[in-house]
Ligand binder design. Sequence first.
Ligand SMILES: Cc1cc2nc3c(=O)[nH]c(=O)nc-3n(C[C@H](O)[C@H](O)[C@H](O)COP(=O)(O)OP(=O)(O)OC[C@H]3O[C@@H](n4cnc5c(N)ncnc54)[C@H](O)[C@@H]3O)c2cc1C
Ligand SMILES: *[C@@H]1O[C@H](CO)[C@@H](O)[C@H](O)[C@H]1NC(C)=O
Ligand SMILES: *[C@@H]1O[C@H](CO)[C@@H](O)[C@H](O)[C@H]1NC(C)=O
Ligand SMILES: *[C@@H]1O[C@H](CO)[C@@H](O)[C@H](O)[C@H]1NC(C)=O
Length: 767
Amino acid sequence: MSTTSTRGRPSPPGMPPPPAGEFFDETQWAVLLAVLDAVVPSIMAATDVKDGMAQQGIPDGEFSALVERTQTCMVEPPSAQSLKAYLADRPSADPGYVTAVRRTLSTVPDGARRKLGGVLSALSTRPGSLLLTGYLTPIQDQPVHIREAILQSWGASWFGTPRVLFKTFTLLGKAAWLHSSSLFKQVTGYPDVPHNWASDGVAQDFAFIQFSDAHAANDAHADGLPPAVLDTDVVIVGSGCGGGVCAKILADAGHRVLVVDKGYYFPPSQLPMPQDQAAHHLYENQGAINSVDGSVTAVAGSCWGGGGTVNWSVSLQTQGYVRREWAEDHGLPFFETAEFQHCLDRVCAFMGVSDASVRQSHRGRVLLDGSRKLGWHAKACPQNSGGGEHWCGHCHLGCGSGEKQGPAVSWLPAAAKKGARFVEGFAVDKVLWDDGTSSSSGVKRATGIVGTWTSRNASGGVGGRVEDRRTRKVVVHAKKVIISSGSLNSPLVLMRSGLTNPHIGRNLHLHPVNFVGAYYEEDVRPWEGGIITSVNTSYENLDGKGHGVKLEGTCMLPYAFLSSMPWQSGLDYKMAALRYRHLSGFISLVRDRDTGSVFPNPITGKPSIDYTPSAFDAAHILDGVVALAKICYITGATEIRAFLPGVKPFIRETTLNNSEKEGSASKVDPGITDAAFTAWLAHVRAVGNQPPYAPFVTAHQMGTCRMSSHAGAGVVDPRGRVWGARGLFVADASVFPSASGVNPMVTNMAIADWIARGVAGELKGDM
Ligand SMILES: Cc1cc2nc3c(=O)[nH]c(=O)nc-3n(C[C@H](O)[C@H](O)[C@H](O)COP(=O)(O)OP(=O)(O)OC[C@H]3O[C@@H](n4cnc5c(N)ncnc54)[C@H](O)[C@@H]3O)c2cc1C
Ligand SMILES: *[C@@H]1O[C@H](CO)[C@@H](O)[C@H](O)[C@H]1NC(C)=O
Ligand SMILES: *[C@@H]1O[C@H](CO)[C@@H](O)[C@H](O)[C@H]1NC(C)=O
Ligand SMILES: *[C@@H]1O[C@H](CO)[C@@H](O)[C@H](O)[C@H]1NC(C)=O
């Protein structure tokens, strides 16, 4: 192992060139960019407008008032000149923006993209335009303020199609802009690299196995090459939270362990990455998978260390009421045993989970103070930062400090010390079987896995064209196979392996969230500090059966947060983004009772998600949104935004100053009973959070290979063995019998600990 200590900046790994974008023709691209330019338009004083088509003018007086107000309401406001440049900027003039749009569209499933292409073509014609916009003039020939008005009318429509178009276009426009705009960073002060960044993290030497005789990816003969063959006791598919724990335990027990992952390892010196590169290299499907109906956006880690490399360090143990449900309703008594508690304690002790040194971020403090002021109860959130204070704020983009004890930092290196071996860039296709005839039971036995390995590029990086890298088919023979590919991919591996149990892929729980954002007068600097440092649990049991919400702070990186902020107009959005520095963000995270499913996309084979938040669960999330707004109000927020389309921001009347308060002793501070605020809360409830229009986001996928007490009720048995197969296990968040309620990592690791010990026991018996 080599130690690096680099002060200065991380060296990001770079990106493959963007896709050519040939999925749309020239007209479709022109229409798309014309619509997107209206999401984040070029805005200036009316007298400065030179191009009435592309530039949006506002009355001179209003414009200068706007500029002036910015100077007084922001700490370290941008100069009038850079503010004007920021407002005047037109995204589509920036090649980086167009690239970001292309990259996003290339990750959209074929069918959905073709539908969008059809809409774009229709918009470019007079009849289509009349139908969709009410104007005969095609949208790309309209001035930007009309395009903006058309977007607004779609958002307010009574019909489903325009509202879905509104969500699609505004989301795409906001996200691509936040990924690419350098002016945004300039005016808000958001840094790509945390203040005082230093890579003190140890670069782990995983000694990844290479297959030197691999053929070039574009070599037609590569398929004819015999596969490379490896042999081991246990092969683990996935290096994330479940896989990492299994690797350490089985290597400790003296077995030969091989861990493979389709993602790549990035040392601390390359972390955190800029937002677009992180999305590309660290996440499944380049950062986002939208559910079939577009209601939920799923975020899942895919890199060496899996979700553990990007998670936000919240380390909560499984709560009693969930353990009771799993034991009593699912017939799995293990979850109420002291043994399960030992598993939880062991993984927490290994990662140094503690709330002792958690330093509260602004939003963490707001949750604690606000809860106290409302007579509620909240607590600091334990973190897996090895007992040390962790303040980087950029963990979502990978952690350069190495303080966060993710699998790539803790579990996998510990396994390496005990002789475990590793392959990165290895996408597993399926499990290999004997045919069952060799066993008296006739049940087929897993004998290994097969998949495709893709090398790094010639200089050892992952930038450049993927086609220039080398691939090789690889077979691994193993006594035991553990699938730890996460809740989106583990069921797909099982399906591709020929298993037909109908429970595989079902029972998907997501913990979907809605957001609340609140502006404060003080300098919040939301990009700094621990991501989630406190949690309010008062609403976690709203139905008496353990379903309800947790209120937490959230990741405040620009694209992760601001892309969900509802768009009302170009000016409003640009001005709201400008004040990002004063913004604190929160989530209402539901323990979902109702479920969806995961299935392979028929063309690409990638995971698709069928999930719509149920009315029951969405109502709980909305209760949490209202509670969060109260917390923001009572802690002095000057403006509160529920991230729900159609909900207006709450703007606090200028507060009474101290001398006014003294002079009006008879006046009682109304707190959350303030009439204007109460009226606004009623407005929030009336508009609501109806899917698919409201933005729901999930980073917690669970349950798609659920554990059950008997075959026919789930996918794995109480020791993680796949029903109806021998030698095959699943150990990740997909085996949860239902939603964990708490952020799932610790529960996941504890169950993996239990399953891995069982595998070790079986192997001993085998010897
Ligand atoms: C941004 C973010 C923040 C989070 N924050 C928290 C938090 O603060 N606290 C918390 O408790 N939880 C958090 N979570 C959730 C937590 O990270 C996940 O629940 C957990 O990582 C799931 O672990 P897993 O073992 O199921 O799979 P993962 O950790 O997702 O690992 C699966 C791995 O399998 C690999 N893989 C998939 N398919 C294949 C294949 N065919 N071949 C080879 N490899 C494959 C993937 O590349 C991936 O690396 C967060 C998640 C995200 C995305
Ligand atoms: C959560 O917040 C609510 C309202 O803000 C409060 O009543 C409640 O006590 C808080 N609960 C916890 C656990 O903090
Ligand atoms: C390999 O990737 C690195 C970045 O990770 C990049 O700098 C380099 O140019 C790439 N090399 C080739 C040959 O593409
Ligand atoms: C407080 O309000 C009073 C009455 O409106 C006003 O005269 C005074 O200047 C204000 N003080 C400050 C510090 O704003």
